[in-house]
Design a protein around this ligand. Structure first.
Ligand SMILES: [Zn+2]
Length: 206
């Protein structure tokens, strides 16, 4: 079974990916890990990627595709894969179709306003690193657990979050259309509990 998982930052995609790979015994292939592994192991592709990223540029599509292609040749992909973070655009989706097309594309649909609220309302303790939501702790400035100072993490500020979500939407909508036309797109309601979201996914994957 070859599965692509789509979901915005804050949609719980990482958790669902772990559940899926565990239940269906699929290799979890995330482009983030692929970049790290190729660079760490100094593969020919990794060296190229590192040289480009060192100059502050993004990895070009053809290198990303090449890394995924290499990874899909490995033995653990014989029975399929769970792709996470790839494809990111129509070019990559087209290339994947040439290499090893997916059977199903699961889209974890979430209300972006809810995600924004969830992330921007997060306060993290500078001391114990626990995080809390203003919905529950109000405007208190001290950690309920240890009394440490509560701060807003850099990634959690409203502007950054909105920007990340906007980028995600712009990237993903064309993919949703692409796979919808192929009859492969299945959306699940991501605003439910982790268990309920996973139950919907299991219904899709069988
Ligand atoms: Zn604390």
């Amino acid at each position: 079974m070859k599965v692509i998982l789509l979901g915005a930052p804050g949609s719980g995609k990482g958790t669902q990916a772990a559940y899926i790979t565990d239940k269906y015994d699929l290799p979890h292939i995330s482009t983030g890990d692929l970049f790290r592994d190729n660079i760490k192991n100094q593969t020919p592709l990794g060296q190229k990627v590192k040289a480009i990223m060192d100059t502050g540029n993004l990895c070009p599509d053809d290198l990303t595709v090449a890394m995924v292609k290499e990874r899909l040749k490995e033995k653990d992909c014989e029975n399929g894969y769970l792709l996470d973070g790839f494809p990111r655009n129509l070019f990559q989706a087209g290339e994947l179709d040439k290499i090893d097309a997916p059977d199903v594309v699961i889209n974890i649909e979430v209300d972006l306003e809810k995600i924004e609220h969830r992330i921007t309302g997060r306060r993290s303790c500078a001391n114990c690193k626990n995080s809390f939501h203003v919905d529950f702790i109000g405007d208190r400035e001290a950690c309920p657990d240890c009394g440490g100072k509560l701060v807003i993490r850099k990634d959690d500020n409203a502007e950054t979050v909105r920007e990340r979500l906007a980028v995600y939407q712009a990237q993903t909508l064309p993919l949703e259309e692409y796979y919808s036309k192929q009859g492969k797109l299945v959306s699940v309601d991501g605003d439910k509990s982790i268990e309920e979201v996973f139950a919907q996914i299991v219904k899709v994957l069988g």
